[in-house]
Ligand binder design. Structure first.
Ligand SMILES: Cc1cc2nc3c(=O)[nH]c(=O)nc-3n(C[C@H](O)[C@H](O)[C@H](O)COP(=O)(O)OP(=O)(O)OC[C@H]3O[C@@H](n4cnc5c(N)ncnc54)[C@H](O)[C@@H]3O)c2cc1C
Length: 478
């Protein structure tokens, strides 16, 4: 922790505790549904200082510091921001985070740092997420962001996957003096930061600016290259890379396995979000043009991806956008905040509803979804009550477009083409949690490909941890 002057202890914590937050400002729903631009209005310096001055500086270790998967020193950052020392605060975040400008925008901070803020008990928490994004943006505007490159080690590392875990791993490795090349199947770097999370939550220019920092530090990018198909991990090692980091995420959409799933008008969430949100020249080959959604859209699923699809469909011009979910709102895995925003923008929710068949119209495209009503039965192994179909309760929902947002599985291609690489359930890669080392010498892994679908911040932390593991391995190798 950074030293906070002892005089601070004289400051009346109670007074701070009762200072209200001015809350996050967002563009009005009726305005923001017409574009894919950021919905959040950023802080200015004055707002940032006010908000940071609400921090009561809990005794060390503060709950927010513990709740942050990156263990950002949030109390010290709040102290610096309160005094207008924005550059120092940004540099403090960068000591523990490879992407504060991104985590500050997309972290589910209501469940992490903000959720653990003691203010929650009586009052509004300190808006730590937005403050993190504010100082990182401020730093970029005032002097820029520079990744210090380490003394050349003569070692080369291949990073497979340019999502948050791969980018974070690369950011750490160049600072240790290693040369890094990132391979990714998509044309542009960013992983789900670009090809999943919509622009209205995370503007793409924020991700590309961070990528340019890495490029200036010497990180190379080889896009449109699938490892396991175009080249294997063995090929990379034979080409002279001293180690490989695998951060390939979980890119396969879970199927629904019901009749009519292949009809035109039925989309998987990944393709739908990519085509809705990514610049046309950055889409992978064979995936072109914006989705034509028609008047009525249904999105099937209850996670954050479903909220992103609902909100994208509204922006694509659909008149009626409905989420179909087989349990009730209480069991929905997605964040409440995203659902609130989706509702504000006009999304409707139909609970205890399970599609059983997609039905084509005379033109061969999707026209209707046959559904069945569900009721909640006994809890499953995770304690969530199971949805049970009510026999004979089938009904029809009219729809021009359906989007399946049912979750993600890992692509088995890396496991299948890398001898000695142990995988477990669903094809997730087995690693040493301390170092990210896999069962295959010279190969490390992290992020969603190891844990299953999780968060940007946890993927980033895994990438940083594996970079330390790779560095130790390379030093030992000599
Ligand atoms: C729609 C959506 C919205 C989300 N919103 C949020 C959010 O708001 N906040 C949050 O914290 N988390 C969110 N998440 C989760 C978060 O995006 C992921 O947990 C995180 O991106 C995982 O990082 P990663 O680096 O492990 O994998 P990814 O980001 O998935 O990156 C993996 C990369 O590997 C590449 N790749 C895959 N296979 C190969 C191969 N064989 N060869 C070469 N390249 C390959 C992919 O093209 C991709 O670029 C969201 C996820 C989705 C799907």
């Amino acid at each position: 922790m950074q030293a906070i002057p002892s005089g601070f202890l004289a400051i009346d914590r109670k007074e701070r505790a009762w200072t209200p937050s001015k809350d996050i400002e967002r563009r009005p729903a009726e305005e923001r549904i017409h574009d894919f631009d950021d919905v959040t209005i950023p802080f200015d310096a004055e707002r940032a200082m006010y908000e940071a001055s609400r921090c009561i500086h809990c005794p060390d270790p503060a709950p927010c510091h513990l709740a942050c998967p990156a263990h950002n020193d949030i109390p010290s950052a709040m102290w610096l921001i309160e005094q207008g020392k924005f550059l120092e605060a940004a540099q403090l975040y960068r000591q523990t985070s490879s992407m504060p400008e991104i985590c500050g925008r997309v972290c589910p901070y209501e469940q992490l740092c903000q959720g653990s803020c003691v203010h929650v008990k009586h009052h509004d928490p300190v808006l730590t997420g937005q403050l993190e994004a504010f100082v990182a943006d401020y730093e970029r505007r005032h002097g820029g962001v520079h990744i210090p490159v380490g003394e050349p080690s003569g070692k080369r590392v291949a990073v497979v996957g340019a999502g948050p875990s791969g980018l974070a791993c690369a950011e750490q490795l160049v600072q240790m003096g290693h040369r890094v090349t990132i391979f990714d199947k998509n044309p542009a770097p960013g992983g789900l930061l670009v090809y999943g999370i919509p622009n209205f939550k995370l503007p793409k220019e924020v991700v590309f600016a961070r990528w340019e920092d890495l490029e200036r530090a010497g990180v190379e990018y080889v896009g449109s290259t699938t490892i396991g198909k175009d080249r294997t991990i063995d090929d990379l090692l034979a080409e002279g890379y001293d180690a490989v980091y695998v951060g390939v995420g979980t890119g396969i959409d879970a199927p629904m396995n019901i009749p009519g799933e292949d009809l035109p008008g039925v989309y998987k969430a990944t393709e739908f979000l990519m085509r809705a949100n990514v610049a046309l020249d950055l889409l992978p080959a064979g995936m072109q043009g914006r989705p034509e959604v028609g008047r009525k859209v249904v999105v099937i699923g209850g996670g954050d991806t479903a909220s992103d699809c609902l909100r994208s469909a509204i922006r694509l011009g659909a008149e009626e956008v409905t989420c179909l979910y087989r349990r009730t709102e209480k069991e929905m895995p997605g964040g409440k905040k995203d659902r609130e925003l989706a509702r504000e923008e006009g999304a409707k929710y139909q609970f205890l509803t399970q599609p059983v068949r997609f039905i084509a119209g005379p033109d061969g495209r999707l026209a209707q979804v046959e559904c069945i009503r569900m009721e909640l039965g006994e809890p499953d192994e995770k304690g969530r009550r199971r949805p049970v179909p009510i026999e004979g309760s089938n009904f029809i929902v009219e729809a021009d477009t359906a989007v399946l947002a049912l979750g993600y599985w890992p692509d088995p291609v890396i496991g299948e083409t890398t001898p000695g690489l142990e995988t477990r359930k669903w094809g997730l890669i087995v690693v040493d949690p301390e170092t990210g080392a896999t069962t295959r010498p010279e190969v490390f892994a992290g992020g969603d490909a190891v844990t299953g679908p999780d968060l940007v911040v946890t993927a980033m932390v895994a990438g940083r941890r594996a970079a330390a593991g790779i560095n130790a391995y390379l030093s030992q190798k000599g």
